[in-house]
Design a protein around this ligand. Structure first.
Ligand code: C5P
Length: 223
């Protein structure tokens, strides 16, 4: 038994436009990576591995003295593999984006419970609110709509994504580096992936707008 949470936090976060990598950006007095680690529920009794840019390993060790810190790679999946290599012998491995610092405890427990009940790969997901169009760039440089996608069966997928150790190792054994999430790698090798309800608070910080929302939520809940 046992749970290990691997947090890839080695991205540069250039889309955020901040002077430091995304995980090290301040949100109302604490960095995103500290908030992310704090939100992992104690009830899981999980070990934690955080993967950071090589030049920030020492900084991360200062911020998170109780956590295993290792340097990451050029792509997200390389960073995840660095995390897997540093993980302890836990049976359930969660991979959780540092960029989702407000993920509520119940999302973690839902994912862990679904893996523990026998599902090899579990992701939190939400229905899609917007209407989705598939486009192509036409000759005049504008995007032209090819079709409207039926959104009803679609889910916007979040993290933490949970796996049996065996499933995550298999998923990462053959990786061409292109998957944007770990479940995508699992799907490609024929592993069933199940979805449990996600939460709007598990939103990912990518743009300055997302950062503003996260800061507003944190300062409101501090009032
Ligand atoms: O860039 P994006 O927001 O999709 O990255 C998702 C997560 O993967 C972030 O937490 C980021 O720090 C991490 N990542 C990583 N190593 C990379 C690229 C991204 O750990 N080389």
């Amino acid at each position: 038994a046992g749970v290990c949470v691997i947090i890839p936090a080695a991205g540069s976060g250039t889309r955020l436009g901040e002077p430091v990598p995304k995980a090290f950006v301040d949100v109302c007095g604490r960095t995103i990576i500290e908030r992310c680690v704090d939100n992992i529920p104690d009830s899981l009794d999980a070990s934690i591995v955080v993967v950071v840019p090589a030049d920030l390993v020492d900084r991360a060790r200062e911020l998170l003295p109780d956590v295993t810190i290792v340097p990451g790679g050029a792509h997200r999946s390389e960073s995840v593999r660095a995390g897997i290599a540093a993980a302890d012998a836990a049976d359930i491995l969660l991979v959780h984006d540092a960029a989702r610092p407000l993920t509520p405890a119940h999302v973690f427990t839902r994912v862990v419970e679904a893996v523990a009940s026998g599902h090899p790969a579990v992701v939190p997901g939400l229905p899609v609110a917007d209407t989705l169009k598939q486009v192509v760039v036409s000759d005049d440089g504008l995007e032209r709509v090819e079709r409207t996608v039926d959104r009803e069966p679609l889910r916007a997928v979040q993290t933490p994504q949970g796996f049996t150790r065996e499933a995550l190792l298999r998923a990462h054994a053959d990786d061409s580096g292109l998957a944007t999430d770990d479940a995508g790698l699992a799907e490609r090798c024929g592993i069933d992936v199940h979805v449990v309800p996600g939460d709007p608070l598990a939103m990912k910080v990518t743009t300055p707008w997302d950062l503003k929302i996260i800061r507003d939520v944190v300062s409101e809940s501090a009032e």
